[in-house]
Design a protein around this ligand. Structure first.
Ligand SMILES: [Zn+2]
Length: 135
């Protein structure tokens, strides 16, 4: 499914605002960079595979053999799962990565979308997790 650019813009802004204020300037900058990269990737490639807090992300790099790389990202961890099974390098070093920034933007997107739906229809939305799965 295609992301609605209006909601995506709001979700990106919310993610930028959520960067903890008590971090040092260098770390805040890493967070901003991760969110910026995630937002560019979401515009270029709005293919979302998200379910129950778990997201599959196609990397923007390939292996030495030219294979596509997939990351599995949750709030708690980020790992390269295909090929292999390794922790994401940035995550392992304790830094923000654009994979988890993508997850955060998409979760904010779902919240905003749910709020908008509740306002317009007056009823709650069931099964938000399934809304963005490819048909
Ligand atoms: Zn990562």
């Amino acid at each position: 499914m295609l992301l609605n650019p209006f909601i995506l813009e709001k979700a990106i802004a919310a993610s930028l605002q959520n960067i903890p204020k008590n971090l040092g300037e260098k770390l805040r900058k890493r967070h901003r960079n991760a969110i910026n990269k995630a937002s560019h990737r979401l515009v270029e490639n709005p293919f979302i595979n998200y379910e129950n807090g778990k997201m599959l992300i196609l990397s923007d790099t390939r292996t030495d053999k030219g294979e596509a790389k997939f990351y599995e990202t949750t709030r708690k961890a980020c790992r390269l799962i295909e090929p292999g099974n390794f922790l994401c390098h940035a995550f392992w070093e304790g830094y923000p990565c654009w994979h988890r920034a993508t997850l955060e933007i998409v979760e904010n997107y779902l919240l905003i979308e749910q709020e908008l739906n509740q306002h317009s229809s007056g009823k709650s939305v069931a099964g938000v997790d399934t809304l963005l799965l490819p048909a």
